[in-house]
Design a protein around this ligand. Structure first.
Ligand SMILES: NC(=O)C1=CN([C@@H]2O[C@H](COP(=O)(O)OP(=O)(O)OC[C@H]3O[C@@H](n4cnc5c(N)ncnc54)[C@H](O)[C@@H]3O)[C@@H](O)[C@H]2O)C=CC1
Ligand SMILES: O=C(O)C(=O)COP(=O)(O)O
Length: 527
């Protein structure tokens, strides 16, 4: 039974599939203090949060059983991604579900600041019919600058155009073609500052975007400009914004997010020109249902060891790539695991060669499976697809990927080599139609073995009687042979035997086999 802790309020409808899952127990405990969370997290397999709960390195370290952290929303700045990656914990977010709600909220804020709606409302509620103080501005024919033209920024731009605004957008990933298609002028931050009547930010908060709008940028802006931040506090420098408003440069600002949340003694809150909401961008029935459904679905997949998408600490795999690489995930892992068991010495290099149709796609997800297979032999459950590359790197293991169009007759062929301080060993595998995964080559020996169960890998001299003696010893010791394959280079030369057996051999029996005449080595492998 998997235990899932929901630490921030999530939509009941959205988490229904978790509640319905017979292999999951859901516990809802919101408003836990950091110390309380650290205290309880050790019992849980997954943790689900929104933006409130801080998932610190200490929380992750205490979460000994944690297999996933889910974020029902986009921004993951409340989760220590580095620490999660080091610990091999996938962080799953729900990037699509709240786009429209946040774009609509941003637009509502833009209109509120253009027409002083909250201020006028408040005055009327307080008893004053004041029609003079709240003259606003039209949006029609005004210039809107959008910094960050991702999901939300693009939706805001679309709505602005419907209101007759000219839109200038800045995003390092926006191509000229996409800008044209959207009817947006591709601009720099500098150009936006000089020309825009309204500026809205929709980037994540990063080192680069922190204070992307500050004193220098305000100085370039038109008098009477209005700013909107429904992304993250700190993208607009709050001190510089306060200064720009109080000196009359900026006519107004609409803020849904703050450098410190909730804001404490923040002079912007309460300024007559500033409209504020308490981080409500994603707070709609629809968005909350969407993000909770999305993240619950993904968390279930992680817990059940099924392929998942949207992990922020794993590269996402497009569907057309997934279709090609997924059938090889298990094979990749098994080839790695096989080599880790047959090699001696400490590993210095893992190289993977892909040939055939796999050369057309990004094979890095497959490389992760190979690394997991190699490293998990020694490091056990500590290794997974998230942390395998880091664990290899900290151990100074070089990982190389090679692609060769030539495929030696197989639709696809994966060849993995492991270089250690003492030797280099190589294994190749493929998937055969109707037969599934097969190991087809070990070092220089052609072979055909299913990579599963208990295997005995015997290196011997090609002499009459060796195979019979091996079979007899196993039979005398009640070890049933399921399949047997032999491979040799030349008649009477170096040869290998690969047996799959129904149960593992005792160390004593392995020693006895190793002492047989003409047998050079016997290695037991479990796949
Ligand atoms: N107020 C709220 O409740 C909500 C806030 N958000 C926040 O909104 C922001 C945007 O979310 P999405 O549009 O879903 O993300 P997104 O990832 O689709 O878009 C972000 C865009 O910012 C761009 N970007 C990154 N660095 C940049 C830079 N230096 N200059 C200009 N652009 C840059 C990226 O290229 C990307 O296109 C995030 O910070 C997210 O956390 C999201 C949902 C709700
Ligand atoms: O999705 C995001 O990035 C948000 O900021 C929404 O935050 P929330 O889930 O409403 O606490």
């Amino acid at each position: 039974m998997y235990k899932v802790l929901i630490a921030d309020p999530l939509s009941e409808f959205g988490i229904q599939q978790l509640l319905d899952a017979s292999d999951v127990e859901v516990v809802r405990q919101t408003n836990l203090s950091p110390a309380e969370l650290i205290d309880v997290i050790g019992d849980y397999d997954a943790l689900l949060v929104r933006s409130q709960t801080q998932v610190t390195p200490e929380v992750l370290a205490a979460g000994k059983k944690l297999k996933a952290v889910g974020r029902a929303g986009v921004g993951v700045d409340n989760i220590d991604i580095n620490a999660a990656t080091q610990a091999g914990i996938p962080v799953i977010n729900a990037p699509d579900g709240n786009t429209i709600s946040t774009a609509e909220h941003s637009f509502a804020m833009l209109m509120a600041v253009a027409r002083n709606i909250p201020q006028a409302h408040k005055k009327l509620v307080d008893g004053t019919w004041d029609r003079k103080s709240f003259q606003g501005v039209e949006l029609n024919n005004k210039v809107l600058g959008v910094i960050g033209m991702g999901r939300i920024g693009s939706e805001v731009a679309k709505r602005a155009k419907a209101f007759g605004m000219t839109v200038m957008g800045f995003d390092p990933f926006m191509t000229e073609e996409r800008a044209q298609k959207m009817g947006v002028t591709n601009a720099t931050v500098d150009e936006i500052c000089r020309k825009a009547d309204f500026i809205t930010v929709h980037t994540p908060l990063t080192k680069e975007t922190r204070h992307i709008i500050s004193t220098r940028e305000f100085a370039k802006m038109k008098d009477g400009v209005r700013l909107i931040n429904c992304a993250r506090g700190g993208i607009i420098d709050e001190k510089a914004l306060y200064e720009a408003i109080t000196t009359g440069k900026v006519a107004g600002a609409a803020l849904d997010v703050f450098e410190e949340e909730p804001p404490v003694d923040n002079p912007l809150v309460g300024l007559p020109q500033v409209v504020t909401t308490p981080h409500l961008g994603a707070s709609t029935i629809e968005a909350q249902e969407n993000v909770a459904v999305d993240v619950s679905e993904e968390i279930l997949k992680v817990l059940r060891d099924e392929p998942f998408k949207n992990a922020v600490n794993l590269p996402s795999i497009p569907a057309h790539v997934m279709e090609k690489v997924q059938p090889y995930f298990t094979l990749g892992e098994k080839l790695g695991h096989f080599l880790a068991q047959v090699t001696v010495g400490s590993i210095s290099e893992i190289s993977i060669k892909y040939s055939g149709e796999l050369t057309d796609v990004d094979t890095s997800p497959l490389t992760r499976t190979v690394l997991k297979g190699v490293l998990s032999f020694r490091l056990g459950e500590e290794v997974n697809y998230v942390n395998a590359p880091i664990l290899a790197k900290v151990r100074d293991i070089t990982v190389t990927e090679q692609k060769a169009a030539q495929n030696k007759g197989f639709t696809n062929l994966l060849t993995v080599s492991l270089k250690t301080t003492q030797e280099t060993r190589t294994v190749s595998g493929t998937r055969l139609n109707g037969y599934g995964a097969r190991i087809v080559k070990i070092d220089d020996f052609a072979i055909d073995v299913a990579p599963e169960g208990y295997l005995l890998y015997i290196h011997h001299n090609d002499r009459p009687g060796v195979i019979g003696r091996v079979g007899s010893i196993l039979g005398e010791n009640s070890v049933n042979i399921a399949t047997m394959q032999v491979g040799r280079r030349d008649i009477g030369g170096d040869a290998i035997m690969m047996l799959s057996v129904d149960k593992p051999l005792t160390p004593e029996l392995l020693d006895t086999m190793g002492e047989l005449a003409e047998v050079k080595s016997v290695t037991q492998i479990e796949l």
